[in-house]
Structures are given as C-alpha cells and as structure tokens.
Write a protein that binds this ligand. Sequence first.
Ligand code: SF4
Length: 405
Amino acid sequence: MLDLRHYTTNLHVIGSRRVPIIGSRGCPYNCSYCVSPKLWHRKVRWRSPSNIADEMEYVIKTTGINQFHFWDDNLFLRKDHLVALAEEILKRDLQVKWLGLTRASHIVMQKDILPLLSRAGLIGMEIGIESANPDAYNIVGKNETLDNLIEACELQKSNGMFPMYTYMSYLPGDTIRDAYKQAQFMDRLLKGLPRYKYFHHLPFDIYIGQCCTPHVGTKLHDEAPSLGMPLGRDEEDFHHSSTCFLPQSLLNDIPIKNEYRLLTDDRVFCVIVSYGTIADYLRYDPPFLKVKNVSALNVLLDRYCNAIDGKKNLLEIVKSLHNEDHQCLAFNDMLKFCAAFTITLGQYGVLDSAYYQDKDNKISRKKIHCSKSLIYRTALTTSRIIGKLLGLKDFSFTRHLSYET
Ligand code: SF4
C-alpha cells in the first residue's frame, strides 16, 4: 500500500534503487550520542535469516528491486546469523546487492566470512568513524581504535568491497587541529577508491558528515551543557544535518591563520559547508535571497578571518563580532556559521589550533579538488559583486516549513 517512490533512493556506491530492510534491532554498545541504547536498552533481537530472505524475495517479486540497505544498528554483531543469511541468499539464488552499518571492530572479528558475504551480494559496509581523535572516542564512549578502522578498510578492499564511512563534526574533544587530522585520516581510508557518486554529498573532499547531535533521551543530551553549547531552540532542531551543538573543545580553541589571504575556493567551501550544516536554508531561498545571503556570508567570513588574532578563542571572536554589527543574524546563527568556517578551513590547513603553534608539527594547506569549481566560483563571485554594488550585507533566510513544524 505504500508508494515506494518515497522509500527508495540510490544504493550507495553502485546506484539504482534500494529498499530499506531491518534484520535486527538494538546494539550492545553504549555510545553516548546514539539513541539505540535508549530505544532498545542494549539488547538485540534478531529476525531469522529465512524470514529476512522471505522479505527480500517478496520485495523482488512485487517491485523488481533487488538492492537492500540494512538499517540494523549493527549488522555484523553475530557471525552465525550473517553466515546463515548469506547461505539463504545463495541457496535461493536471489542475486541481491546489499549493505549495512557496523563497527570497524566487528568487521575485523568477522573477517573470515567476508568472502562468503561478498559472494552473497554484500557490496561493502558503512562504518561510523566519527572522529580521528581517540580523546573524543573516550568522551563519547565509542570504544573503538583507529587501528581497527584501518584494518576494517583494508579487509573490505581486499575482498572487493567498497568501505563507506560516516563521520561527525563537532564531537566533544575535537579541536581545529582534529578537523585536519580527521580529513587526513579519511584521505588515508579512501585512498585508491573511486569517488562514490551516491555517497558523498559534497562535490569536494571536505569531510563534514553529520553534526554531533545531543538527541533527546541520550546520554550526550544530559552531558551536552557541560561538554559545550546545545544550540537547538527546541527538539525539532536536534537533527544531525544541522549544527545544534558545539563542543567546548572547539569553542575554547584559539584559531590561528596559516594563510593570510582567502582564495575563491576557500570561500566556496565555507559557503557551501556552512549553508549545508545550518538547516539547508539556501535550498529554500528564492534566487535573490540566495545572492543576498551568499554576499552576507562572504562579509561575515571576512569579518571572522580579520578578527582572528591568535589570542581570542572562537567563542570570544564571535561575541566581539556580534557586538560590533550583527548583520541581522542571531548570535547562535553567527556562532554556527563561524564554527562551520573554522572546521572547513581547519580541515585543509588554512586555520589551525593555537595550541599546536609552539610544537614542531606545523601543517600546510592541502589542495582540495572541487569537481564543479568553475560553476561555484562564478556563482560566488557574481553574488559578491552584486552584494558589493547593492551594499548587501544582512542575512535574510527563508526557513522551510518542515524546519518550523
Ligand atoms: S553508535 Fe553504533 S555501536 Fe554505538 S551504540 Fe549506537 S549502534 Fe551501537
């Protein structure tokens, strides 16, 4: 009875329609940002492999779609279950393609069955790396190691699979330098792999992923006021695709400029990332407002970069900017935009944490390839020129109804 157009999107990596499916509920881990421990009390319930295969068969017969995305919290928890599912798929000759989510440590634990899973149509697993900062793992109870992540990546590659990753911005414990380290780590994991058209939502290799979100009911929600600033106005705002929390580790970090002049591409990246992580405002703005807001963002970006003096931390800089002239921007929105500029520029070495300046491990700018660079540069430069000519520096957003209701 459901209209499947609303439930099918492209399967990661290979494209063509996928149908969501759930083989188990729950996860025994206790990551503080995750709703699973709250929903399922760290207990796991499994459907039988034959029951899952029945559903696959039914979907194929009724819709013609043979690609499945398992939405289990942790698909790789039980080896016997996975083996039985793969054997069921092969026995029925379902010819399916599928993927799911798990932890790196579980891929390492189940490495001996990866060839079987690959034969049964597993195209790769999505792993939450969140951060490349072990301190952040400790704070959020992630209980994972970078060595596991590297091994899980190599194991998938050597079995002809496509490792995929989810990662977070604004995790407690992460600083500007950690944004850079995270990008370096992601580069390492993705080395030698094609750019997945159906996975990366940004047209350049800046890894923003999901914004750390203190979902209501989670441990992180209780801890958020002591770990940083929750910025959502109400529960609706706590959504992982918009900035709704900034950690003390970033707010207290003192940005340092490694470069004194911003390139056009720097502006492009900052504008796209900051819009994307602040509730997708731009998508709903009519054309003139887009021009106006891009122009205003450029003004804010210049003001922010000019205010970086190597002494004030991020929060202090934004307070001083907001006191001077708010560009019709609420303090929290200004803070979110400046945080987005900071981690964007931090990811490829234009900004760094002051903490590291005395140490002998300075970083340099990394070249970022942008596939639609010419289009973005032209749009941005045009908006800046029009903005300058018309004196546009104030923001005015159109918030989409779904963000308000
Ligand atoms: S984030 Fe993943 S591993 Fe951690 S509790 Fe949630 S489902 Fe389990």
